[in-house]
Design a protein around this ligand. Structure first.
Ligand code: SAH
Length: 219
């Protein structure tokens, strides 16, 4: 094995230990999914050496791949189970999509920027991830044609959780998304029980904008 490959595997192990386990990520499946997935494949080549850094990285088109810990926190908060169908809004690099694909039965992923959809689709195919349906479009409207979902997860921040997402969720299903202003948000986890909604706040975050009909207008 080439030494730079060894370095990346070591960096992945260190990320698992120092960024995920040490901060309270304890879902065995989530840890296993992070341990199995080469994050360097989802970042631009000039960032390969930083692939496991404790921060978001640029992926082009003004967008970012989220910090590993935040992806783990969001995926854990979704309570993923093997028979679940999940909607991933703002697929970006496809990293979070691939983590989810290792945990659930099928992931429907939607991304607004076609070039990112194309790149993510190619990376997932090269890693033999087959339980993902990826498309380009405005995820702020959800994906009514494939609803209901057992969980909806969004990697972009909006002014509030779009109401139509709740209608596309199974009973007992969860939504995880950053909610707030365009420059800072709170990560919220919403659980649907019949007509009742339970809302939890996880932490303060900074995400790129959810741009669309039920999100922010385009600049
Ligand atoms: N989880 C992703 C994060 C990507 S950043 C990853 O691991 O790489 C958020 C993404 O949301 C950006 O790629 C952005 O283009 C996309 N986005 C913003 N508004 C959107 C919308 N209305 N529908 C779908 N994708 C959207």
């Amino acid at each position: 094995m080439a030494s730079h490959e060894k370095n990346l595997i070591a960096a992945r192990g260190k990320m698992l230990r120092d960024q995920l386990r040490a901060r309270g990520i304890d879902h065995p499946g989530v840890l296993e999914a992070f341990s199995a997935l080469p994050r360097e494949r989802f970042v631009p080549p000039e960032h390969t050496e930083d692939a496991y850094a404790d921060r978001p990285l640029p992926i082009g088109y003004g967008q970012t791949i989220s910090q590993p810990y935040i992806v783990a926190l969001m995926v854990q908060a979704l309570d993923p189970r093997p028979d679940y169908r999940i909607l991933d809004i703002g697929a970006g690099s496809g990293y979070q999509t691939a983590i989810l694909a290792g945990l659930v039965s099928h992931v429907y992923a939607i991304e607004r920027i076609e070039k990112l959809t194309e790149k993510a689709t190619a990376v997932l195919a090269s890693l033999n991830v087959t339980n993902v349906t990826m498309c380009t479009g405005d995820g702020s409207m959800g994906m009514p044609a494939e609803a209901p979902f057992d969980g909806i997860i969004c990697g972009a921040g909006g002014p509030d959780v779009p109401e139509c997402w709740g209608d596309q969720l199974t009973d007992g299903g969860r939504i995880v998304m950053p909610v707030g202003g365009p420059h800072s948000q709170v990560l919220v986890a919403v659980e649907k029980h019949g007509d009742r909604i339970r809302r939890r706040e996880l932490c303060g975050v900074r995400f790129v904008k959810l741009i669309g009909k039920e999100g922010w207008p385009e600049d």
